[in-house]
Design a protein around this ligand. Sequence first.
Ligand SMILES: Cc1cc2nc3c(=O)[nH]c(=O)nc-3n(C[C@H](O)[C@H](O)[C@H](O)COP(=O)(O)O)c2cc1C
Length: 176
Amino acid sequence: MTFFEAVQKRYSYRGAYQAVPVPRGDLQKIMEAGLAAPSGCNAQTASLIGLDDPALIKTIGGLLGNSGFAAAPAAVCVLTRAVPVYRGMRFNTQDYAAAIENCLLAITALGYASCWVEGQITGDPGIQQKIAQTLGVPEEYIVAAYLPIGIPEKEGKRPSYKPFSERAWFNGFGIH
Ligand SMILES: Cc1cc2nc3c(=O)[nH]c(=O)nc-3n(C[C@H](O)[C@H](O)[C@H](O)COP(=O)(O)O)c2cc1C
């Protein structure tokens, strides 16, 4: 699959996964793609925990209330450190967002599906804390997002996106 095919094929999958393991090598490739993303001042504030232990995945999927996520063969938990890096500014949100998109494109390119699960975690500090406890995450790291990974039982589809001309222009706002 080419880069541009992966970009257009990626979508959020929230259903059940086939009981086909994700080899550790694929999981590492996905994580390496994530860590290759740019970061503000190259501070590399995003960290990743790859998961292929069914018990851990079941626990986290249960916390998220999604039976598909709970039975996914693999996942990546995305961590961030909110440290100031330039004139008191923090870029950690941008850093982990870039890392996540790289992971999602790698997941798609390898023939798997996933979902950027963030609101369900950060919207409930209780869940965020329980995931951190489950994975032994130290206090200076924040659990930012979770990406289940596997081959979908039934392919989903991309939602509709606004047309190019509504959101992008050339040489000035609104110019086509
Ligand atoms: C910052 C962010 C937070 C998200 N949080 C969640 C989430 O908690 N649960 C979920 O099912 N999807 C979540 N999503 C996925 C979006 O709902 C999804 O990307 C959007 O609806 C567009 O669909 P697509 O990914 O299929 O193109 C999140 C996406 C982003 C970028």
